[in-house]
Design a protein around this ligand. Structure first.
Ligand code: NAD
Length: 249
């Protein structure tokens, strides 16, 4: 198995139809002990229980540094280490540039970008002490092409910020044997976009995807597992596109 006895923490992982939970399930199947962090209303403990008794679900808000630190302290008490962090929590909003309010900007930037900063800051001291770790950050094709299908410019900016933050972390922590990489999903069928793709736009979207289908959560999970595992042990600072060919560059 690829992740035998590794301890993996996934933010925003409680949504059973989401990329985080698909990653949690695949990591557990590869031998990892998985910790799902999510907001209270997303019920992370119930999600983790679906994976089995070795796994843990904790309430943590990634926009709150103390909340991230408290979660890491609990994980350390139970498992003694953290090998993998997946910065997956994110929220989106369709909006035209001139319509974005300050509150919209804060909400969208805070979860993806500040959340990646705070969750990583909480985990890095432990990884440094271990002299090993793998962090995978979920960005988006929206960061690369200035907008995806649904997210507004502020979402695009937040996800572009994630790429910059991750690359800077990769430089700073390579010497501690901590790898930091990004995944840039295209359009993947999850709750974030459920019911939001107008039927009359669907064929046009598919026409722009060489693999001619919308992605599934496991399409992303497989790439996250790859970046979290030793299969990718000489990869750091990379961006792995998972978009069916929607953006080839
Ligand atoms: P999702 O809505 O199922 O997952 C997002 C999760 O983040 C939810 O479980 C939510 O409760 C959690 N969350 C929100 N705010 C949080 C906070 N403050 N603290 C902790 N958790 C919080 O959607 P998804 O599609 O699985 O999205 C997962 C990630 O993938 C997101 O970062 C999203 O931007 C990114 N992404 C998704 C797509 C897609 O097409 N689905 C494409 C590109 C990138």
């Amino acid at each position: 198995m690829l992740l035998n006895d590794k301890v993996a923490v996934i933010t925003g992982g409680a949504g059973l139809n989401g990329l985080g939970f698909a990653t949690a399930r695949m990591m557990a199947a590869q031998g990892a002990k998985v910790v799902i962090l999510d907001l209270d209303m997303a019920q992370p403990a119930a999600a983790a229980a679906q994976l089995g008794p070795d796994h843990l679900g904790l309430v943590a808000n990634v926009t709150d540094k103390a909340s991230c630190e408290a979660a890491v302290a609990q994980i350390q008490a139970r498992y003694g280490r953290i090998d993998i962090l997946v910065n997956n929590a994110g929220v989106t909003q369709p909006a035209k540039f001139l319509d974005i309010t300050g509150a919209d900007y804060d909400r969208i930037m805070d979860v993806s970008l500040r959340g990646t900063l705070y969750a990583s800051q909480a985990v890095l001291p432990l990884m440094q002490a271990q002299k090993s770790g793998a962090i995978v950050c979920i960005s988006s094709v929206s960061a690369q092409r200035g907008g995806g299908i649904l997210g507004g410019p502020h979402y695009s900016a937040a996800k572009a910020g994630v790429l910059g933050l991750a690359r800077a972390m990769a430089r700073e922590y390579g010497g501690s044997n901590i790898r930091v990489n990004c995944v840039t999903p295209g359009l993947i069928a999850t709750d974030i976009n459920k019911g939001k793709i107008p039927e009359d736009k669907r064929q046009g979207i598919l026409d722009g995807i060489p693999l001619a289908r919308i992605g599934e959560p496991n399409d992303v999970a497989g790439c996250v597992v790859f970046l979290a595992s030793d299969l990718s042990k000489y990869c750091t600072g990379i961006t792995l596109d998972v978009n069916g060919g929607m953006l080839i560059h």
